[in-house]
Design a protein around this ligand. Sequence first.
Ligand code: 2U9
Length: 344
Amino acid sequence: MEQQLKELQTEALAKVEAAADLKQLNDIRVAYLGKKGPITEVLKGMGKLSAEERPKMGALANEVRAAVSAAIEGKQSALEQQAIQAQLEKETVDVTLPGRPARAGNAHPLTKVVEEIEDLFIGMGYSIAEGPEVEMDYYNFEALNLPKGHPARDMQDSFYITEDILLRTHTSPVQARTMEKHKGQGPVKIICPGKVYRRDNDDATHSHQFTQIEGLVVDENISMGDLKGTLEVFAKKLFGEDREIRLRPSFFPFTEPSVEVDVSCMCGGKGCRICKETGWIEILGAGMVHPNVLEMAGFDSQKYTGFAFGMGPDRIAMLKYGIDDIRHFYTDDIRFLKQFAEHE
Ligand code: 2U9
């Protein structure tokens, strides 16, 4: 019996050692240590032993059980450790691999032009003013010397929400609102960038939505000379120091006198396709603020004078970047927009 028990131990330990996974190990546990296992079987023959031999065999049987059980436990933790190790190796992340570059967007060409112009005027002491795109007829037209029925309203047909509320046709109502807030006290020195809307048939040079930047200066002793000097600084900074400006008489209901402003063409006056062989490109409208507009906004037109100007960044961006269709700005084709990235 002693021999049998020792052989069982040797056999069991060899199987435990050879177990390849936890399932096999558990099968071995059930086979050798279970109630119907071979050790129990051997002990059934104890009845034939002498009273002296019996406790010895009992003790030996317990030793065999303990040895097999310890071997199983040892193997179990070794197998578990191996499984964790294998998983860790499988899931290893190589932190030294180069990262995937993040897709960075870029500023819209109109935003770039608007911000460049804003910076330029901030440098000359202007503040930026903003206002609603859904505007009252009063601020969009009346306060700008365009009473109901004025023929110049036809030039700015709009999208009406009600009889008295519309999508603004220019950013001028922002200036009217700002002046009103000043309660007749100068100086006012602002530029107003923003989106404007006009009822129009879209084509390469017309859009029912476009961008404007308008400027307004109101103070004592503001003259046409101040207007010309300001616009000259602006044009040279935006287009180049070698450029000149010229003023031509024009008409706007909110300014008197009014002018249209041209910048000399990059062809140097020789004439080219861009300037339609004239040597000049129209970039701005401007003038001295009409006394009616000053008075309606609460300013004494005997004491205060002012100048105002307006431009379309769409047109300026088209000239600057050689864009041939205004609709590119509003159709969000990523292939168009990507060309204005400053870095790759
Ligand atoms: C107030 C007083 C005066 C704003 C002005 C223009 C001339 C002008 C156009 C240029 C091209 C608009 O984008 S465009 O179509 N603008 O010619 N705008 S003077 O005059 C004002 C505005 C507000 C209170």
